[in-house]
Design a protein. Structure first.
Length: 222
């Protein structure tokens, strides 16, 4: 019964984590419907404030549930090595997977293409907040802390498997290669969290993986 209860709590956390991106999608759709390619300054500012509040709320909920107590003392030489190693491995997988997609006639995954299309030309701070900061923090709280550290705490191997698979699926894979790219990244993040029992480690790897792409999109460096 506890697992059923915790599952629904986890679903609630996931829904909370989607508030900012859903609001952005709605605002973007409304803007396009009005004939404007990009959001107004007012809409961007409101969304920036919403993203900040959304991050705070999810961190607060994770802390209340006992699996998300983020602190800066994770920043040790050993953990920095794990973070850099995880980041490099994730990039190798991303580059290798993209090359395989290129051989099949695709320039990138459908998820990356959608992000590129949706965010290009938007407020740089909003882009960096949503893609580079919010996504790493909130996805790690849900998929690593929520699944492995909370829902399936007594069955970590099962939690790692489910977390990695679901992480791959929520990124909208359209073929096996794109699923393996995101699923493998999910596995790296899951193992980093499991081995260190520090959510900050997987957040940091995820942050490094996202922030450079966010900066490229935000400032039109492509």
């Amino acid at each position: 019964m506890v697992y059923v209860k915790n599952f629904f709590i986890l679903v609630g956390l996931f829904l909370v984590s989607q508030i900012s991106m859903t609001a952005f999608g709605v605002a973007k759709g409304f803007s396009l419907g009005m004939g404007e390619a990009n959001l107004s300054l007012f809409a961007s500012i409101m969304l920036i404030l919403l993203v900040i509040g959304n991050i705070w709320l999810l961190i607060f909920l994770g802390k209340k549930l006992g699996f998300s107590n983020l602190k800066w003392d994770f920043f040790t030489k050993k953990n920095v090595g794990i973070i850099l190693g995880g980041f490099i491995l994730a990039r190798v997988i991303a580059v290798g997977g993209t090359l395989l997609l290129n051989n099949q006639g695709s320039e990138s995954t459908a998820n990356d293409a959608a992000i590129q299309s949706m965010f290009t030309g938007e407020n740089p701070l909003l882009i960096i907040l949503l893609i580079g900061i919010s996504a790493p923090i909130m996805e790690e709280i849900v998929f690593r802390g929520g699944i492995i550290g909370f829902w399936l705490e007594k069955f970590p191997i099962v939690g790692i498997a489910i977390s990695s698979i679901l992480f791959g699926l929520i990124h909208g894979p359209t073929n096996l290669i794109s699923f393996l790219i995101y699923g493998s990244m999910g596995l790296i993040l899951s193992m980093a969290y499991y081995k260190t029992q520090r959510l900050e480690i997987s957040i940091s790897i995820h942050f490094l993986n996202n922030i450079f792409a966010a900066i490229v999109i935000a400032f039109g460096l492509i």
